[in-house]
Write a protein that binds this ligand. Structure first.
Ligand code: HEM
Length: 197
């Protein structure tokens, strides 16, 4: 059983709203991103490589966000102009769990429902989970989409550290790219006008 003691990590909770995306829609979206059973197998492998490295991955990602004021902005208390350290720390813990969930969870109804919750946490429900009320109320869609690249490019060296041959590293990396693209596509739902998702 994966960790449930992470504050605000509500994966599998009965309280979550059902995803507006059906399992059939998900299947078609997987096909659109060329996600197959082989990718699932390579994601499991990636999970084993990344498990002991999530803190180092997060150091890189937080360094990237922290190094760009226009990105750190979404973690910044606009009343004081200071980054909200507690908010950053709490999101970081859930982000580490997300790395492993991306690699290891079955992409079933519970996963789909938590995808919807994460989408809402970047939009309608941003700031609520951690009570970070002074920070901006929305992460813009353009940055959500743009982040697929840094979150994919920067994972590669970590995947390579697992001692797997180059072709397996390549396949793990490809599977990761597809999984992150798939999730960014799902998370676009609350941003899309009715009928346009
Ligand atoms: C929350 C991933 C884009 C800012 C989260 C969480 C994850 C995540 C896993 C925690 C979810 C949970 O509560 O369990 C991603 C991925 C992205 C992305 C994969 C793009 C592909 C962005 C961008 C920003 C951002 C561009 C802005 C710089 C935030 C913030 C939260 C958050 C502020 C906390 C939301 C809240 O108040 O609950 N993100 N994120 N994210 N992310 Fe992102």
């Amino acid at each position: 059983e994966q960790q449930r003691s992470i504050p605000g990590y509500d994966y599998g909770s009965d309280e979550l709203a059902a995803s507006p995306v059906t399992l059939e829609d998900l299947e078609l979206l997987k096909q659109a991103v060329l996600f197959t059973g082989e990718d699932e197998r390579y994601l499991r492998m990636a999970g084993d490589v990344l498990e002991s490295r999530t803190e180092q991955v997060l150091d890189v990602w937080y360094g990237f966000v922290g190094g760009h004021p226009h990105l750190l902005h979404y973690f910044t208390d606009t009343t004081t102009g200071e980054p909200d350290a507690e908010y950053l720390a709490r999101v970081r813990e859930r982000f580490a769990q997300w790395i492993l969930d991306t690699c290891r969870r079955p992409y079933d109804q519970a996963w789909l429902d938590y995808q919807h919750e994460i989408a809402l946490r970047h939009t309608d429900k941003k700031n609520r989970t951690d009570g970070a009320l002074g920070t901006p109320p929305l992460v813009p869609l353009r940055y959500l989409i743009a982040f697929v690249h840094p979150l994919t490019a920067t994972i590669r060296p970590f995947l390579a550290e697992g001692g797997h041959p180059a072709d397996e590293v390549e396949k793990m990396h490809g599977a990761w790219f597809k999984a992150v693209t798939l999730q960014a596509a799902l998370w676009s739902h609350p941003y899309a006008r009715e009928g346009r998702f």
